[in-house]
Ligand binder design. Structure first.
Ligand code: DGY
Length: 324
């Protein structure tokens, strides 16, 4: 069988007009996170037509796809779990460290040629230490969402002397006491416990936001949540911007309600300009959604997306098909 391959030539999301010209008659399409128009335009304009068997997204998240439209049409959906777990966990740890150690503010001083006159003042640029120490012998890591990436992040925190792990999971998911016990033993932790959002906010030294996006999780981190966090706590979001109320976070940072925030994702991205209130906060480290951006991981994601596409086209098993 011969496959005709049509490839958008640039390293950016394809133009809508190009897509609409190319897609009629396609059996499968690979899309990116940024192709928010794809699922809607395909179905509302019936652009792809009845040949379409599979949409393969080169992402683990799939909130940009209209799942009910896809399942009604009997179209399969492939996605890319697992292959990006390590890269996103690495970045989550990096952000937690950078925020605690004043990465954003101190780097911009040096970049602007403003090396402080007295850099080694006894308490200059001091922040909360992520590693356990005689002063802070217990370290509690909180996770909103406790799937693969959260657990990989926890694993990276263990050598730093973390003592407690608490997490909030979707209330409709069953408790997993055996997983909690297994992780506690494996990592020598004092406790691993599923908690409600209030307890998570109050007890965590770092809160890692690692749950899927979408309406269900919108603004789980809001003014109320932030108000309950420790003054020295750090918030890290490497999942989706919609989970954190940006305005509430900017206010909390500005008023010193929490120590700082590390964000790889921001509500409303990519429209995040220099005058965004979060960009202006010195204790906010913001990256432009690069969690999975390592050469190794993107190659893995692209390969998996291609394999999913071929599986869907040839009606064979797809390595990572989402159950619709
Ligand atoms: C995903 O794949 O959903 C990630 O956000 C990409 O970094």
């Amino acid at each position: 069988m011969i496959i005709q391959l049509v490839v958008w030539p640039d390293d950016r999301a394809c133009d809508r007009s190009w897509l609409m010209d190319q897609v009629p008659g396609a059996s499968g399409i690979i899309v990116m996170l940024s192709d928010t128009h794809t699922a809607f335009s395909l179905y509302s304009h019936k652009a792809a037509g009845p040949n379409l068997r599979v949409i393969s997204t080169m992402s683990v998240g799939y909130e940009h796809i209209d799942l009910s439209a896809i399942s009604q049409r009997g179209v399969k959906l492939g996605y890319t779990p697992d292959v990006l777990t390590d890269a996103v966990a690495d970045l989550s740890l990096m952000l937690a460290l950078m925020v605690g150690r004043n990465g954003a503010e101190t780097m911009s001083l040096v970049r602007n040629g403003e090396w402080p006159n007295s850099p080694w003042s006894p308490f200059g640029f001091c922040g909360p230490q992520l590693s356990a120490s005689p002063v802070s012998p217990t370290r509690t890591m909180g996770f909103i969402g406790f799937g693969r990436i959260a657990q990989a992040t926890l694993k990276r925190l263990i050598p730093l002397g973390v003592t407690h792990c608490i997490y909030y999971a979707n209330p409709s998911s069953p408790p997993k006491p055996s997983l909690d016990a297994e992780l506690m033993t494996k990592y020598g932790l004092n406790s691993v416990k599923r908690v409600d959002l209030d307890e998570l906010a109050k007890d965590s030294d770092v809160v890692f936001v690692l749950a899927p996006g979408g309406e269900q999780t919108k603004h789980l981190v809001n003014a109320d949540f932030l108000g309950k966090m420790k003054k020295t706590a750090v918030l890290v979001n490497t999942s989706r911007g919609t989970l954190v109320d940006s305005e509430a976070l900017a206010t909390a940072l500005h008023q010193g309600v929490i120590w700082g925030a590390g964000l790889d994702v921001v509500e409303g991205e990519p429209q995040v300009t220099a005058d965004h209130p979060l960009v202006k906060e010195p204790r906010c480290v913001i990256l432009p959604h690069i969690g999975s951006a390592t050469l190794e991981t993107r190659l893995g994601m692209a390969t998996l997306a291609a394999k999913n596409l071929l599986g869907g086209i040839f009606e064979e098993a797809m390595p990572a098909e989402l159950n619709l």
